[in-house]
Design a protein around this ligand. Structure first.
Ligand code: V47
Length: 361
């Protein structure tokens, strides 16, 4: 308690926490205290509503040149299990999503050298034409940088063309950990953290909102986590374009990292990182999202008392976490999400992709 007394005072005085405060929190084992502080900030900034979206994840390909060491999802071309969906197959999935009441499609894949820029545009334009009310949250900053470079256009041009085709926002994937040294070890073929932030900044300046993620529980240090969150905060102070921050809990099964003995985060880590995210992003990124697919529905529910105010989502189909040993189901019906939120003493609110309220339960 004593080691955190200066941080507690700062939080109560609504003062911004700095890097050292963040590291102190990360290194503390006083999880109940950190959780209570984060819950206090959550209540003060966003109240008791917990947001969720009725969405559907569509993973359009797993063929990837990046070969990240934390990833069990990717395949090389021609390898067993490699796939690329045709646009008709994507339309079929969207049809199912629409019939189950989805208002958002979350479309991410990998860095597939065979797919031309027109594929990405056509996916959006056909979806937008057929389902104009559906939000299309598509392509991570990493995919945007890759397809822009492969087709010889700037990131700004790529984003403008995708926006014109129907893109409504960018998911937060590919953030991983920004620290250059760690990132080189995790994903040497991926854009740097600064490049990821640059793509996001460009999107925000074009009026395209996005999310931000951070992958934790592998080879990063507490300082790397704090540094990552503070870099998000810095960009948010410039653009205001991040809608939510989502810490992603590393799943080691079938990954290269597991072979080196990395076993992944514990439940203690999952809750502490949600809480520290809330505290460091206080007043800056207001939606801290827990992703039940990665932490499980039970821990996601508890996370609502550790600073989270958003729970993703109905999801429907998910391949990235499940390839890496994720044991959660692939779908949570809306009624189940409502039950989990109410049972945690909070008010369930179904939201749109852009955080407009659809219905309070
Ligand atoms: O970019 C890959 C991560 C991300 C593993 O924006 C892994 O609303 C854990 O970004 N263990 C994809 N994580 C998921 C993602 C996401 C999820 C939910 C909501 C939003 C949003 C975004 O998953 C990847 C990568 O960072 N990832 N492999 C793994 N083995």
């Amino acid at each position: 308690m004593e080691e955190l007394s200066a941080v507690i005072e700062k939080v109560h005085a609504s003062e911004e926490l700095d890097f050292d405060d963040g590291v102190l929190l990360m290194e503390s084992k006083n999880l109940p205290l950190i959780g209570a502080l984060a819950d206090y900030v959550r209540k003060k900034t966003v109240g008791d509503r917990v947001m969720f979206v009725t969405n559907c994840h569509i993973n359009y390909t797993n063929i990837c040149t990046s070969k990240c060491r934390f990833c069990a999802y990717f395949r090389e071309e021609g390898q067993n299990g490699a796939f690329t969906l045709t646009i008709d197959e994507i339309m079929e999935k969207a049809q199912k999503a629409q019939s189950s009441g989805a208002t958002e499609l979350h479309i991410v894949g990998s860095l597939n050298p065979k797919l031309p820029f027109e594929y990405y545009v056509e996916v959006l334009s056909r979806l937008h034409e057929k389902y104009p009310a559906m939000s299309l949250k598509a392509y991570t900053a990493v995919e945007i940088a890759y397809i822009a470079q492969a087709s010889g256009i700037s990131i700004k041009q790529a984003l403008m063309r995708l926006k014109k085709a129907g893109l409504t926002g960018l998911p937060g994937g590919g953030g991983e950990i920004f620290n250059e040294e760690i990132r080189k070890k995790l994903c040497p073929n991926k854009i740097s953290g600064e490049q990821w932030l640059k793509v996001m900044e460009t999107a925000h300046r074009l009026g395209i909102k996005s999310n931000a993620t951070m992958l934790y529980g592998h080879i990063e240090t507490p300082a790397d986590i704090v540094d990552h969150i503070l870099r998000i905060r810095k960009l948010q102070e410039k653009t205001g374009g991040f809608q939510a921050f989502i810490p992603l809990s590393f799943h080691p099964d079938n990954t290269d990292l597991k072979k080196s003995g990395v076993s992944g985060p514990t439940g203690f880590d999952d809750l502490k990182i949600i809480a520290v995210s809330r505290l460091l992003l206080n007043g800056c990124v207001n939606n801290i999202k827990t992703y039940w697919v990665m932490v499980g529905e039970k821990l996601a529910q508890i996370a609502l008392h550790y600073g989270a105010n958003d729970i993703d989502g109905t999801v429907m189909e998910e391949r990235i976490t499940h390839a890496a040993g994720g044991a959660a189901p692939e779908y949570l019906p809306k009624e189940r999400l409502v039950h989990l939120i109410k049972n945690a003493g909070r008010i369930p609110v179904e939201r749109t992709s852009n955080y407009e309220i659809i219905k309070e339960y």
